[in-house]
Structures are given as C-alpha cells and as structure tokens.
Design a protein around this ligand. Sequence first.
Ligand SMILES: Cc1ncc(C[n+]2csc(CCOP(=O)(O)OP(=O)(O)O)c2C)c(N)n1
Ligand SMILES: [Mg+2]
Length: 208
Amino acid sequence: MIGGDGDQFAEGGNHWLHAARRNVNLTLLIHDNQVYGLTTGQFSPTTNIGEKNKATPVPVVEAPVNAMQLALSAGATFVARGYAGDNKQETELLVEAIKHKGFSIIDTMQPCVTFNHHNTFAWFYERVYKLQEQGHDMTNKMQAFERAEEWPLRRPVKEGEKEKVATGIFFKEDRPTWEDGTPQIAQKPLVKQSLENIDISPLLDELM
Ligand SMILES: Cc1ncc(C[n+]2csc(CCOP(=O)(O)OP(=O)(O)O)c2C)c(N)n1
Ligand SMILES: [Mg+2]
C-alpha cells in the first residue's frame, strides 16, 4: 500500500491506524514530501512549523504529526523512516518491511523539489543519521519513542539549532497477525468462498 503524507496522515489517517492495531500483514509506504504536492503545495500534517510557500503564505503554526510515534502507539510491528537520498538504506528497509510478518510502515522523507524549498535533499543530508549505526535497540519500544521524539519538532527551530533526523528501523516485534486470527480466509477471501452446502437451519431453529 502506498500514499503521500497528505493521504496517509490526513484524509486516510484513520484507515492505517486500525490496520496497525490489528497487525494486518501488509506494508505501508509513505512518500513524505511534507506538502500536498498534487494540489500545488499546501501544508500537510507533516509540514514543519514556520514553513511557508506560494500556497501557504502565512507561516505554519501547527505542530506536525510524529509519524513514528503515531505508528508505535497504534501497534505497528515494524516502524521505520527512510530518506530518498539514500537508495541503499531505502532498499534494505523495503526488503525488511516486506519480509516482516505483520503491519509494517516506512515513512520515507522524499523532498518535494517543486513546492518545498526548505526541507531539500541538502537539508536532510546534513541532518540524517542512521539508527542502526548508533546501537539503537529496535526491540525496545520506549527507546524507539525517545528516538522518534527528536524530530519533527513541535516548536519553531531555535536560532543556530540543527535538527537530528533518525532514519532506519525504530521498532520491530513479532506478535500474532490479523490473518493468524482468521484462518477461515487463509486460502481465499470470503467473497470467493462457496455458499453451497451451508446449512443454516440449526441457527434458524435456535432463533425461533
Ligand atoms: C478524500 C480526499 N480529499 C481531498 C482530495 C484532494 N487531493 C488530491 S491530491 C491531494 C494532496 C495529496 O497530498 P499527498 O498525499 O501529500 O501527496 P503528494 O501529492 O504530495 O505526493 C488532495 C488533498 C482527495 N483526492 N481525496
Ligand atoms: Mg505529499
């Protein structure tokens, strides 16, 4: 499943939260360019405070969603942040997310070269670091929350301050998937299952 930051954190936000809670075995890839690109650059739920552009001339005052913390608290069992300027890492994350049994999410920071002239490739390049090179324990949910708290900021950036943007796998755990709990649809979906030879008379008798 793929979508933009507007799709996945605004209009479609409710859908994946429940897929994460249920630990449905699917992978959600978010192309996070921090704007509504298709509709010409309006600010989105992941736009940083203080941003402005042609479509949003007044600086953004709203705090952005914290995608990693949202996914962790919703119950996602594989939570990662990618950066489109690092193909090797992105490939590894995609492979691991798809291999993971359960709900996996990768929020990939993918600068919008047309409408976001602040969070550019160069901006990210100076701020990203790799969790997997810093001894991060991806089995520790509280540690994942702490790393996720670093960015995005919920306040304006201070003079001379340089954010730290963690990338890689924040969290991974195994827990039963939604499919594990619904073996009746393991072979084919309900809609494709035969309605022949189903006797509902005992049920009707019980209700009579
Ligand atoms: C339910 C709904 N609301 C609004 C729209 C209008 N709309 C189309 S694209 C878009 C912006 C999508 O932004 P994002 O998901 O960040 O994708 P991007 O264009 O940046 O890749 C919006 C609001 C829509 N298609 N559906
Ligand atoms: Mg977008």
